[in-house]
Design a protein around this ligand. Structure first.
Ligand code: BG6
Length: 484
């Protein structure tokens, strides 16, 4: 069984993700004394650096991306003392051999590799590790997203990695699973008796899962343009949130039980094809607009060329099983939305019969689980409007509102990678994505992509700073719903 890692290797250690998230997360773990005492950290990448050059790079990343108040020189020094660097070029066998020699020298037990590179390097890197006897028991490999761009390409990557690593030692990253609010979704559902009895088609009218971002595509145009919102966000983050919202109670909070339940949800997704893409999906691309008091350029302008890639997608997902029969799960995500907001909105059905007259009860109950930017849970209820009313009881919508920041005062905003790194270091795969999950979600997304192509459904424009194209409004309105 897994032992705590003695060596943590990051491939892509000088990349953007490493600077912003990965190195700061290692610092976070260090600052809470959660890294195994003797664990070394080895960075690797194409950039030519020596140990001290990389230490300077790490220090700079920490100083840039961690709030000054959270930086403590003792912890920085302790982290840097663990750090090494070895440049490597995957296409060069000698260079990979040199890297593997360093790994062999530094490890004295379990190793974790985090492949934070473009996915085309996953198979070659694991092959080199295999060749140098560095992929056997006691080694674990974390794969950064995206795992492919379709079912076929995902399979190819998974097959390549599987030649050297057993599935239970492959940790596919979906960083949403490392977010505090996402884990809290499980706590809320399975730690409280209150919600579970209502958590089904009998009491729930509709579910909406939104990941809205204000950012555009920044400097990642080339990656993003070959991907689009459906591959970049829906195939992974949105479908993972859907799984956690819709799944049955697992027998235990452990890798096999949790992932077995998630896969049942994914397997129950009703396919969407060319016949129904026009009614079941909406596709958009932002044009210039006003956002946060600034005029921002359109996607084509940002990219520097015309493009048919969507920056917004909304889908009505139907989970065809006993629990969810007939309940729409609306999923949507977009760039350049009016605000950054990740939330799950659960609307319950109205009471079966109103004793107060037909007009009195206009707003059914709702539970809103906000994951970002703040973690907050709101339960919307109807309350009597106080006072003496001749016409009987009138209602006002009120909210029971829980704000995690307020409740847990000393709460530090942790990058999701702190949780994921700690789990990988300790050998716990519960919050990672299993092969069948990736492939089942790709199969469903491939259906939509093929449908778009066949039906020639191109992205409709929406101005930056709006909630997406009008087709998204129609998507929910068709079922008598509105976006929350
Ligand atoms: C990444 C996507 O997986 O998630 C990005 O590639 C997106 O396009 C990001 O911006 C959003 O993550 P978060 O943690 O900021 O919600």
């Amino acid at each position: 069984s897994a032992q705590p890692a003695t060596l943590f290797v990051i491939f892509g250690a000088t990349g953007d993700l490493a600077q912003r998230m990965l190195l700061p997360s290692l610092y976070g773990l260090q600052s809470e004394n959660l890294l195994p005492d003797a664990m070394r950290i080895l960075g690797s990448g194409r950039t030519e650096l020596d140990d001290s050059g990389f230490r300077a790079f790490v220090r700079e990343a920490l100083e840039t991306f961690i709030p000054a108040a959270e930086l403590n020189e003792t912890h920085v020094t302790a982290l840097l003392a663990r750090v090494h660097y070895q440049p490597a070029d995957v296409s060069n066998a000698d260079s990979m051999a040199a890297l593997c020699q360093v790994i062999t020298d530094l490890r004295h037990g379990d190793v974790v590799y985090h492949l934070s590179t473009a996915p085309r390097f996953f198979a070659p890197i694991t092959a080199a590790l295999g060749t140098h006897n560095l992929s056997g028991p006691g080694t674990r490999v974390m794969l950064e997203k995206p795992i492919g761009t379709s079912l076929d390409t995902a399979r190819e990557i998974n097959d390549g990695v599987a030649q050297h690593f057993a599935e239970d030692r492959i940790y596919r990253v979906d960083h949403y699973l490392g977010k505090e609010g996402v884990q809290n979704l499980l706590a809320l559902r399975f730690g409280n008796a209150l919600f579970e009895p209502l958590w089904n088609a009998r009491y729930i009218e509709q579910v909406q899962i939104t990941i809205a971002e204000t950012v555009g595509v920044e400097g990642r145009g080339d990656y993003y343009d070959s991907s689009g919102a459906i591959r970049d966000m829906l195939q992974n983050h949105l479908l993972q949130l859907l799984c956690l919202t819709a799944m049955e109670a697992p027998s235990a909070f452990e890798p096999t039980a949790v992932r077995n339940e998630k896969i049942k949800v994914l397997s129950s997704l009703r396919p969407i094809t060319a016949h129904d893409v026009n009614v079941e999906t909406a596709r958009g691309q932002y044009t210039a607009g006003e956002l946060e008091d600034q005029t921002v350029p359109g996607y084509d302008e940002e990219l520097g060329r015309d493009s048919d890639t969507e920056t917004f997608v909304a889908v009505r997902a139907m989970v065809d099983n006993w629990r969810w029969r007939g309940v729409p799960f609306y999923l949507r995500t977009g760039k350049r939305m009016p605000e950054r907001e990740t939330k799950i909105f659960i609307q319950f059905k109205a009471v079966p019969h109103s004793i107060f007259g037909s007009k009195a009860i206009s707003e059914p109950n709702a539970l809103i689980i906000r994951l970002q930017p703040e973690e907050r849970i709101e339960l919307e209820l109807l309350n009597k409007t106080p006072g003496l009313d001749r016409h009987g009881i009138r209602f006002a919508k009120v909210s029971l509102d829980f704000d995690a920041q307020e409740e847990f005062k000393a709460l530090r905003r942790r990058p999701a990678y702190e949780r994921l790194y700690l789990d990988a270091i300790e050998g716990n795969g519960t919050l990672f994505v299993r092969r069948d999950e990736t492939e089942t979600s790709w199969a469903w997304v491939d259906g939509i992509l093929a449908g778009w192509e066949q039906a020639e459904l191109h992205p409709s424009p929406y101005p930056a700073g709006s909630w997406g194209p009008t087709s998204a409004t129609h998507l929910v309105a068709r079922n008598g719903h509105e976006w929350n």
